[in-house]
Design a protein around this ligand. Structure first.
Ligand SMILES: [Zn+2]
Length: 93
């Protein structure tokens, strides 16, 4: 369980992916409401640190070994191949 929480945290920090954010962001416009993972009654949930918003469904991509590569399709719309290689390998090949 703890490992899955860590995966959520890692994913939320990825610069090239859009983090999962609070569904009630209009209630706190000055804060993005990046959700964090929490174990509640034996289930993993996503919670907003700024309000009581809770998201029970967590996209599977977060638990993939490499969500960056899984999200490549999305990346290719925004970045060049060269930029994607830098993100994946820290350098161009
Ligand atoms: Zn919120």
């Amino acid at each position: 369980m703890k490992k899955l929480i860590d995966k959520i945290e890692d994913y939320q920090k990825l610069k090239c992916m859009h983090p999962l954010t609070c569904g009630q962001r209009d209630k706190h416009p000055n804060y993005r409401g990046i959700l964090y993972g929490k174990i509640e009654n034996g289930n993993i949930i996503l919670k907003c640190p700024n309000c009581n918003y809770v998201q029970h469904s967590i996209p599977e991509i977060i638990f993939e070994d490499n969500p960056v590569i899984e999200g490549l399709e999305w990346l290719q719309e925004k970045y060049t191949d060269k930029e994607i290689n830098i993100m994946r390998y820290g350098k161009t090949r």
